[in-house]
Design a binder for this molecule. Structure first.
Ligand code: UD1
Ligand code: CA
Length: 459
């Protein structure tokens, strides 16, 4: 069955004290509004309509326009006015429409689905998601009749003393009949304490029409936690992080220390992989099965195969094929592509380079803008000099090469297959297959020179 959705995201969020619009602040790597959008999509909403106002351009740029539709609310006149802005976008739609604020990142698809289910089964014109709080201060109160059916919602600032005692509060998440919603919204007034168009006033209008309003009471208030400042942002992040870690753990991933492990929402991890403490996995990172990642590792937007080991390293937009390993203290920068069983050791930096299957760069090297063939061994301290101060140049190294320690390869330069470079060489010219190249000063020996030197200085 078709389902529409509206996300209210036009407010400023002054208390965030930020240049960034509130709904774009990240929770586990995704903007808050994206979390709400995904929950709606899980519940079956096809293309949620996001109401944008403050920072409208930034919000639109941050969301995929295939996934979301947008409506602009140029002046923030209240939640009732915000939802009315979606009228045109949903003009050809008739049926259930979910409405939610864009700053409730902990909403999930299940909670929305149960709201829609209740709405359909009761034939209500509005179903409101509510919960109970021992201290309801600040929230709109859901006022019910003797049978527990909602009659209206009264905002904190408009509450009588009696109403203020009601502890059933409005989450600001609803399911409406779209036709009723858009027929009633233009009738709302602003005769209230805040002089705003209250979306909540649609409920009393429905009751006046003789329509039914249903309520779903949720036991977990976290689902509707609204983020208003950086501290509540941090708390929402913590709760969402626990959900992510639990998801991976139940999928067969070992999380050694949940309190120091940070995994963003879009990371995928295979079975029997172990995530060691103090590790952070971000962006669209994919990790295969049977890997050991960490401790003290950060991986951003990288692709990791099966049976890979990453120890105390930093990876960004890199890839590591099956059986490869890196660290401790490796830095794989964008475009580092490691083949199968490649070994990258301590204090090695790799940037925009393809490293062939079984090749090794074990100690203290910089490999940039290079291609290295199968099973080549790069000795300790080898540097590709890829930059002349103006341009980047490429280094090509064939298969089965041996580059002696502390060699300097001045790009552009090519070493064909099977080349042997003597340790300490500065290589500026191409080397042909299976040749030995030396590029270093000849060793000179002066017999007994040291002895004479000591005698001269000691006398
Ligand atoms: C709202 C509800 C209240 C509920 C509470 C739960 C109303 C009148 N009240 O109050 O019953 O208990 O949420 O948190 O709806 N927005 C716009 N345009 C506007 C005004 C708001 O897009 O003109 C957006 C805001 O960016 C925000 C959401 O709507 O994401 C809710 O607005 P907010 O002002 O926070 O409503 P509350 O006063 O919290
Ligand atoms: Ca709010």
């Amino acid at each position: 069955m078709a389902l529409a959705g509206i996300i209210m995201a036009a407010g400023q969020g002054t208390r965030m004290k930020s240049e960034t619009p509130k709904v774009l602040h990240l929770v586990c790597g995704l903007p808050m509004v994206e979390h709400v959008g995904r929950a709606m999509q899980k519940a079956g909403v096809n293309r949620p309509v996001v109401i944008v106002g403050h920072g409208a351009e930034k919000v639109k740029e941050s969301l995929d326009s295939h996934t979301y539709a947008f409506a602009t609310q140029s002046e923030q006149l209240g939640t009732g006015h915000a939802v009315l802005m979606a009228k045109e976008a949903l003009a050809s739609y008739e049926g259930c429409v979910l409405v939610a604020p864009g700053d409730t990142p902990l909403l999930d698809g299940e909670a929305l689905s149960s709201l829609v289910a209740k709405h359909r089964e009761t034939g209500a014109l509005c179903t409101v998601a509510a919960f109970r709080l021992s201290d309801p201060t600040g929230y709109g109160r859901v006022i019910t009749d003797a049978m527990g059916r909602p009659l209206r919602i009264v905002e904190q600032k408009d509450c009588s003393t009696e109403e203020a005692k009601v502890n059933l509060v409005n989450s600001s998440v609803y399911c409406f009949d779209s036709k009723t919603l858009f027929a009633l919204l233009p009738r709302l007034g602003t005769a209230n304490a805040q002089g705003e168009y209250y979306l909540t006033d649609v409920l009393s209008e429905i009751v006046k029409m003789g329509g039914v309003i249903a309520v779903v009471e949720y036991s977990d208030p976290d689902l509707f936690m609204g983020v208003n400042d950086r501290w509540s942002l941090a708390q929402a992040g913590k709760i969402f992080q626990t959900r992510i870690l639990r998801h991976h753990a139940l999928n067969g991933v070992t999380i050694v220390d949940p309190s120091t492990t940070f995994i963003e929402a879009d990371v995928k991890i295979g079975q029997d992989t172990v995530i060691e403490p103090m590790t952070s996995l971000a962006g669209a990172t994919t990790i295969g099965a049977n890997c050991v990642i960490g401790p003290q590792t950060k991986i951003q937007s990288s692709q990791i195969g099966d049976n890979v080991e990453v120890l105390m390293s930093y990876l960004k937009a890199a890839s590591m094929a099956d059986g490869s390993r890196c660290g401790p203290f490796a830095h794989l920068r964008p475009g580092a592509q490691l083949g199968e069983r490649v070994k990258i050791g301590n204090f090695v930096e790799v940037k925009k380079s393809i490293i062939g299957d079984g090749a090794q760069v074990n100690h203290l090297s910089y490999i940039g803008d290079a291609t290295i063939g199968t099973k080549t061994n790069i000795g300790a301290g080898t540097i590709t000099c890829n930059y002349d101060g103006f341009r980047k140049h490429e280094t090509t190294i064939g298969s089965y090469c041996f580059v002696g320690s502390n060699s300097t390869l001045v790009a552009p330069v090519t070493l064909q297959d099977g080349v042997f470079i003597a340790a300490g060489s500065v290589i500026t010219k191409d080397v042909s297959a299976d040749a030995l190249a030396l590029g270093r000063a000849q060793q000179v020996e002066k017999t007994e020179w040291a002895k004479r030197w000591r005698e001269k200085n000691q006398s």
